[in-house]
Design a protein around this ligand. Structure first.
Ligand code: FE
Ligand code: FE
Length: 287
């Protein structure tokens, strides 16, 4: 683990929480697009700075390179629990007394799902949904790990947070990548669409042979807010994607709203999760 990655993470974890809060607040208060934009850059300048980098550097070529690098799954074998403990070595330095550890966030999400009586694969999905953040520990910068995700290789939706920052993305100067469909065919299906690189794509790929399809949708698209909350990019989605996105929408509140709940007792819950993991996964999988 490199020192810089561990230190950077403090900012990145804040970003995800802040953006989740934006979205939660927007839907609670029914804020309009313009109201929302006016206030977010002022209130949380670190979020604006984060998205400035994210929107500038997430080009189609960058994403294709990261897919090639990480979809090979040659970063070693680990059990799910080992990956969770590895991720837990990331420390949020911004407020160590009140913030949850990574495992606590995962368990808070999964326990909220369990309490509502959802199927066990969905509970497990809650537990693994952010394990892709180990990308930070591989040395990836924050803007390539967390935050809102969006398709690359076609026009940017104005439903994406801080759309003005896309002006600095080199793809903005490539007209063939700025049409409505860009490199894609109408309603081609999201499995053909390259999403900005981050923890969603990575964990979705790592567990693709073990979890049900509904789970893979939740994992792959949980940060695709412009789509699952704002309805953008329907023109790239297949009928099947539309069906499956009901699960993405169902998952979202557990990631957002479980954060205020009491801290889960990790040691006490560990045996339950080890059994649950063993039901779906072999002892170790490729990362
Ligand atoms: Fe996440
Ligand atoms: Fe999360």
């Amino acid at each position: 683990m490199s020192q810089s990655a561990a230190t950077l993470d403090a900012v990145g974890l804040e970003i995800e929480d802040s953006w989740s809060d934006f979205v939660a607040g927007r839907y609670r208060e029914g804020k309009s697009e313009s109201e929302f934009r006016n206030y977010d850059a002022e209130v949380v300048p670190t979020v604006a700075a984060f998205y400035k980098d994210n929107h500038e550097f997430q080009t189609l070529d960058f994403v294709l390179g990261k897919e090639k690098q990480y979809f090979a799954l040659d970063k070693g074998k680990k059990s799910i629990w080992e990956a969770a403990e590895y991720l837990n070595t990331l420390v949020d330095e911004s407020d160590p007394d009140t913030d949850l550890t990574q495992i606590e966030h995962l368990m808070q999400t999964s326990e909220a799902i369990r309490k509502d009586g959802h199927p066990d694969w969905m509970v497990l999905t809650g537990f693994i949904h952010d394990l892709g953040k180990v990308l930070c520990l591989y040395g990836e910068p924050q803007w390539a790990v967390v935050g809102d995700t969006f398709p690359v290789g076609c026009a940017y939706s104005d439903k994406i947070v801080f759309p003005e920052y896309f002006a600095a993305n080199p793809d903005s100067k490539r007209p063939e990548l700025q049409t409505k469909y860009g490199i894609y065919d109408p309603n081609c299906g999201l499995d053909k669409v390259h999403m900005s690189w981050g923890h969603d794509a990575y964990i979705g790929h790592v567990v693709k042979d073990y979890m049900p399809e509904e789970s893979l949708y939740m994992l792959r698209y949980h940060s695709f807010y412009s789509c699952h909350q704002m309805g953008a990019y329907r023109h790239l989605m297949s009928k099947h994607d539309e069906e499956m996105f009901k699960w993405v929408v169902k998952f979202n509140p557990y990631d957002l709203y479980s954060k205020g709940a009491a801290k889960p007792n990790v040691a006490e819950l560990k045996p339950y999760y080890e059994d649950l993991i063993a039901k779906f996964f072999p002892a170790k999988i490729d990362w």
